[in-house]
Write a protein that binds this ligand. Structure first.
Ligand SMILES: Cc1cc2nc3c(=O)[nH]c(=O)nc-3n(C[C@H](O)[C@H](O)[C@H](O)COP(=O)(O)OP(=O)(O)OC[C@H]3O[C@@H](n4cnc5c(N)ncnc54)[C@H](O)[C@@H]3O)c2cc1C
Length: 397
């Protein structure tokens, strides 16, 4: 068992790794290196309850101070890791060189920031608590017109929060329909309807030509010539793995840190977890997702594998993500881009539905929107079990 473990990245996956290590009897040295100066927090409410005011900052902390004391963790927050020396087995943090004999990398993902847009004040991305604070402040001062660029989960959640404050909101999406990375247009239709019925202007198939303002943003010019008034612009056009600090380290990178099925990277004793990891799935293909449940389960699995490599187990979770907008929950397990589609209940023409997706053989995905939480849970189980398609449909008919 290692005796000097360093965890880099203090969020969902990193903190779960710390807790699992101690809960599993690891009693050696434990250090957490985090770029964010804040005590670690859960990012998922930042675009939801924290913006609507249903939660405050205390509610989003993953652990309180005393819990870190109980875990006996040397917390190094506000100090990004800058480089990794695999030969010396050291993490470079400012002038310090932190030695490790076990390392878990949990540096997550960072927002894509189109060049030039952020020279103007009033333009934000949302990944950190500090960014959420600034967006919150902007939403609560005066009555700003809000433009959201990108209709992914985070963009749509922020749009819903802005409407909660009664603000004028426009969502601009370059793709023909919202949530395109997650689901086909037909399955996104009720989400779009909900936004439009709630007063959000949703413009699809059009891009942003430029942001206009002197010092501070006041207009967004679109590629079709439309000009939007905007005092607050939030850009949610995707994320990429936060692995810049590993360039040149020799660790295998490919849109994420490449790992085997047990989350072990190309270097001995070094594991990668959460949004930053591109792991090898049961079918031998690599996969990277940006979902909370995956980050937590990765943190746990990597911690167990690191302290007992002889019994290392593959990570076997099926990707799952949820999103809350206007009090309605959207859920996706597995993949929604598949050839077979069957509705267990409702349909996209209704307010709610639960759909199964199949690859011609077995169930590979489940999507739910609105009510029917039990039915979605059942559908998710069919995905996890890889239930043969005819059997899954037959059970229901
Ligand atoms: C606003 C928002 C809402 C979301 N809502 C949902 C949701 O509803 N459902 C869902 O399933 N998922 C949601 N997600 C995604 C989910 O939060 C992420 O998948 C999850 O947080 C990933 O956890 P992680 O620990 O891998 O990485 P992250 O949460 O990205 O954390 C990485 C941490 O590493 C730190 N770091 C980065 N570089 C360095 C470095 N060089 N040195 C040290 N530290 C570093 C960062 O500061 C950060 O604290 C949401 C994400 C955001 C931002």
């Amino acid at each position: 068992m290692p005796s000097n473990i360093v965890v880099v990245g203090g969020s969902v996956a990193g903190v779960q790794a710390l807790q699992t290590l101690r809960a599993s009897g690891y009693d050696g040295r434990l250090t957490l290196v985090g770029a964010d100066p804040e005590l670690p927090y859960n990012p998922t409410p930042l675009s939801k309850e924290l913006l609507t005011g249903e939660m405050d900052e205390d509610d989003v902390r993953l652990l309180v101070d005393e819990e870190y004391e109980d875990l006996q963790v040397d917390l190094r927050l506000g100090t990004p890791a800058q480089a990794l020396d695999l030969t010396e087995r050291k993490v470079h943090v400012g002038p310090s060189r932190l030695a490790y004999d076990g390392l878990i990398i949990a540096t997550g993902s960072e927002a894509v920031r189109p060049r030039g847009w952020f020279d103007l004040e009033g333009v934000h991305t949302l990944r950190s608590l500090d960014e959420a604070r600034r967006i919150n402040q902007a939403m609560n001062s005066g009555s700003p017109s809000v433009a959201i660029v990108g209709a992914g989960f985070i963009g749509l959640e922020i749009a819903a929060a802005a409407r909660h404050h009664g603000l004028d909101v426009t969502v601009v999406e370059a793709a023909p329909s919202p949530l395109q990375r997650a689901v086909p247009a037909a399955l996104a239709a009720p989400v779009v309807r909900l936004h439009r019925d709630s007063g959000v202007r949703v413009l699809c198939g059009v891009g942003v030509a430029r942001l206009v303002g002197s010092g501070r943003v006041d207009k967004v010019e679109l590629t079709d010539g439309t000009v939007l008034d905007a005092d607050l612009v939030v850009v949610g056009v995707g994320a990429r793995p936060a692995t810049g600090w590993l360039t040149g380290s020799g660790l295998a990178l490919d849109d994420g840190i490449v790992t085997d099925a047990t989350l072990l990277t190309s270097a001995p004793g070094v594991y990668a977890v959460g949004d930053a990891a591109r792991w090898t799935g049961p079918d031998g293909r690599t996969i990277r997702v940006e979902h909370w449940t995956n980050a937590r389960e990765h943190g746990r699995r990597a911690a167990l594998n690191l302290i007992d490599p002889q019994s290392a187990e593959p990570y076997a979770g099926v990707p799952y993500v949820w999103s809350d907008q206007f009090g309605q929950r959207f859920q996706l397990a597995g993949t929604a881009h598949a050839e077979d589609l069957y509705f267990l209940s409702g349909s996209p023409e209704d307010e709610t539905y639960v759909a199964l997706l199949g690859d011609g053989n077995k169930v590979v995905g489940a999507v739910g929107f609105g009510g029917h939480p039990r039915q979605f849970t059942k559908a998710r189980r069919l995905v996890t079990a890889g239930t043969p398609w005819p059997e899954a449909i037959g059970q229901h008919q």
